[in-house]
Design a protein around this ligand. Structure first.
Ligand SMILES: Cc1cc2nc3c(=O)[nH]c(=O)nc-3n(C[C@H](O)[C@H](O)[C@H](O)COP(=O)(O)OP(=O)(O)OC[C@H]3O[C@@H](n4cnc5c(N)ncnc54)[C@H](O)[C@@H]3O)c2cc1C
Length: 587
């Protein structure tokens, strides 16, 4: 594989400092990208939210009708190559749309599963004939797609699947037998990417049409949330799938399943940012309108604290999502491939796997946190269906579970970095480099830069210490692995916020609120980083060595606490002035 520039190499944000000019931020969106996003926003406000009640009760045909209308607007075609009737755009364009569609969780899931995990196996791994047959109709929404990996007995352990594929006697068909569980869009989809083991052994992906003999469906699952979406079992009883419908070759299903999930995780996370921003807008409006003790809720310090923290989390995940989107697009644009399937698949799907998991975990957790705080700000009304946070809380919950649970993604982040280190793709230092903390009178953003430099060094040193201690049993120390992943995620988010702020300042924008948001994030991050580092060190060392290591950790994380009360109050006051998150940062 050819070396890529550091900022386009997965995980390399831990090894180097990134020049802000190399980072894409929402402020860099083109007029065309904004127009695409605006059309999704208008559609949601005019066509979807006005029919919320009917959608939540799955009025027959309604979700599919709206899904097709989205197709008429071209919004399912964004990432489909132009030669197959798509717009050939990338993640930057699709991020804004995902953020808008995911404002209604269930509808976002329907569209996201179609354009993402449903269609992408064909887009990236399909033969020319498969692409020709399916992609133009998937791009318009004439066909709806689904992705069938999970089974009753295998969710996280996806490769433990029992579904089997056997070649028919005449060699023309595979006969699939098994049941796929919790399949999004199963009630309505026309085309399913189904994973099954050929001869009970070789995991393989198949394009299965709804009308193929032997395909049937369970009843709608009675879910906690995302009630607008369809989730059913897909039952395969000697389902006849033509041999030409194998995707990527027999035995290549695991590569396909997991690399598609990289993109699925990115899109899920990016979409969740839109839901979070919506909840912050709803909470801000309510906090200004509702009076208690003769004053608006928004005038109370504890409500301002919530609004300030919610905004800071959204700023972080939004910045990280667009940074990742642009990096994926840039690696895809190199045209480099991984020769593991036939046809080979783009390196851009794999390179940013760690960042995709970071986006999935942090954005889904931010959404859950922001939605819960919005509900809290609504008090008793928040607990009723009259107001949005009740439905939004139920909808938000699933994001921590599907596309790899957040536990599985936490394990994946550190273990992927380690695997890359073992292959020589990612150096892990064994001794601390020279480190000089920022001077006490340095300007605030320089202090953020300094503590992030230290945190990066610390996370890599801790990985080295833990691997030395546990050797090939490292993966079994899940709490240690997850603590390191938590640090890696904190660093990526804080740095993305910092780089966005730096870039805005370098372009002469007044970035006072961005600076406040970055400082609020970093201030809280430092204590979480310290705590995670202590967890790892106490698991790996003891006695004097532990004391020495803790001292080093404190030095690398040198930070003087800020008066965060003032910072959050400023953020909340501005939020109340402008009313919503994009406007808070000038969007
Ligand atoms: C509404 C909905 C829609 C879905 N849509 C789809 C779809 O379209 N296509 C599809 O293929 N699947 C879909 N799924 C399935 C989803 O991806 C799985 O539910 C998910 O991967 C978790 O698998 P599981 O439910 O079997 O949980 P399990 O794997 O049994 O996990 C249960 C708990 O144990 C934890 N755990 C599991 N293994 C480990 C481990 N090694 N170490 C530590 N902790 C562990 C998990 O994090 C989780 O907290 C959907 C599910 C839902 C609910």
């Amino acid at each position: 594989m050819k070396p890529l520039p550091s900022h386009l190499t997965g995980g390399h944000f831990l090894l180097t400092e990134t020049d802000p000019s190399l980072v894409f931020t929402p402020e860099d969106l083109s007029t065309e990208e904004r127009q695409i996003m605006d059309s999704a926003e208008k559609f949601m406000d005019k066509e979807v939210f006005t029919r919320l009640e009917a959608l939540e009760h799955q009025e027959p045909g309604l979700a599919v009708k709206l899904f097709k209308q989205i197709g008429e607007l071209g919004l399912h075609a964004l990432e489909v190559p132009e030669e197959y009737g798509g717009l050939g755009l990338g993640k930057i364009a699709s991020t804004g749309v995902a953020q808008q569609l995911s404002r209604l969780g269930g509808f976002g899931v329907t569209c996201g599963a179609h354009t993402g995990i449903g269609s992408m196996p064909t887009t990236y791994f399909g033969t020319a004939a498969q692409k020709q047959k399916y992609l133009p109709r998937l791009a318009t929404g004439e066909l709806m797609a689904a992705y069938c990996l999970s089974e009753t007995g295998s969710g996280s352990d996806a490769l433990g699947m029992k579904t089997k594929a056997t070649l028919s006697a005449d060699g023309k068909h595979y006969l699939l037998n098994g049941t796929k569980m919790w399949i999004t869009n199963a009630g309505w989809a026309d085309v399913f990417t189904v994973f099954a083991k050929v001869d009970g052994e070789h995991v393989t992906a198949f394009l299965v049409e709804r009308t193929f003999p032997g395909v049937s469906f369970g009843k709608e699952e009675h879910k906690l949330g995302i009630k607008t979406s369809s989730t059913r079992r897909v039952i395969l009883e000697n389902a006849e799938v033509p041999v030409e419908n194998v995707i990527g070759g027999v035995g290549k299903g695991a590569y396909i399943a997991f690399n598609i999930l990289n993109f699925g995780r990115y899109s899920l996370g990016a979409g969740a940012v839109g839901g979070s921003a919506d909840m912050l807008r709803t909470a801000t409006k309510y906090a200004m309108e509702r009076h208690q003790f003769g004053r608006p809720l928004a005038s109370f310090g504890l409500i301002q604290q919530k609004l300030g923290d919610m905004a800071a989390r959204i700023f972080a995940v939004d910045s990280a999502a667009y940074r990742t989107a642009a990096n994926i697009d840039a690696v895809m644009a190199t045209g480099e491939t991984m020769d593991l399937t036939n046809p080979p698949f783009p390196r851009g799907m794999e390179e940013m796997a760690v960042e995709c998991s970071i986006i999935k975990v942090t954005c889904s957790e931010a959404l859950y946190y922001v939605t819960d705080e919005a509900l809290q700000i609504h008090g008793g009304y928040g607990f009723t269906e009259e107001f949005t946070p009740a439905r939004a809380s139920r909808d938000a919950r699933i994001n921590r579970i599907f596309e790899g649970t957040n536990e599985i993604n936490r394990l994946f982040i550190t273990s992927t970095l380690l695997r890359r280190a073992q292959k020589g793709r990612f150096p892990i230092p064994t001794a601390p480099e020279k480190f000089v903390p920022a001077a006490t009178d340095a300007e605030p953003l320089q202090k953020v830069e300094s503590v992030l430099r230290g945190a990066k060094q610390l996370s890599l040193l801790l990985t080295g210490i833990a691997v030395k201690k546990f050797g090939d049993k490292f993966a079994e120390q899940q709490e240690v692995v997850a603590a390191i992943s938590d640090m890696v995620m904190e660093i990526y988010l804080d740095e993305s916020a910092l780089l966005r702020t730096r870039k805005a300042l370098s372009k002469g924008r007044s970035a006072g609120t961005m600076t406040d948001l970055t400082l609020a994030l970093m201030n809280d991050s430092v204590s979480r980083l310290e705590q995670r580092a202590a967890t790892v060190l106490a698991a790996c060392t003891d006695g004097e060595e532990l004391q020495r290591s803790l001292e080093l950790s404190r030095r690398l994380l040198t930070w003087t606490p800020l008066n965060l009360i003032e910072v959050r109050r400023r953020i909340a006051a501005r939020l109340c002035d402008v009313g919503n998150y994009p406007a808070l940062v000038g969007g």
